[in-house]
Design a protein. Structure first.
Length: 71
């Protein structure tokens, strides 16, 4: 499960952000404090997702390209 989350962290983040937006729009009786706390949590999660993606990019940059792409 952890490998799935690591591999698809950006997609999962996008789903969570979209779900939060829909919930805040359609459930109008939610307290403002709860919505703001959820928004802060989503922003914090976005930072974690960015760090995961940065590590994957750095790892890919350190690898040797496949023979098929070399001239």
């Amino acid at each position: 499960m952890i490998d799935f989350i690591h591999a698809h962290s950006t997609r999962l983040y996008a789903i969570a952000a979209a779900a939060l937006s829909l919930i805040a729009y359609y459930i109008q009786d939610l307290p403002t404090g709860l919505i703001l706390a959820l928004v802060a949590a989503i922003l914090g999660t976005g930072e974690a997702v960015q760090r995961v993606e940065d590590r994957k990019t750095a790892k890919a940059l350190r690898q040797e390209p496949p023979l098929s792409t070399r001239l």
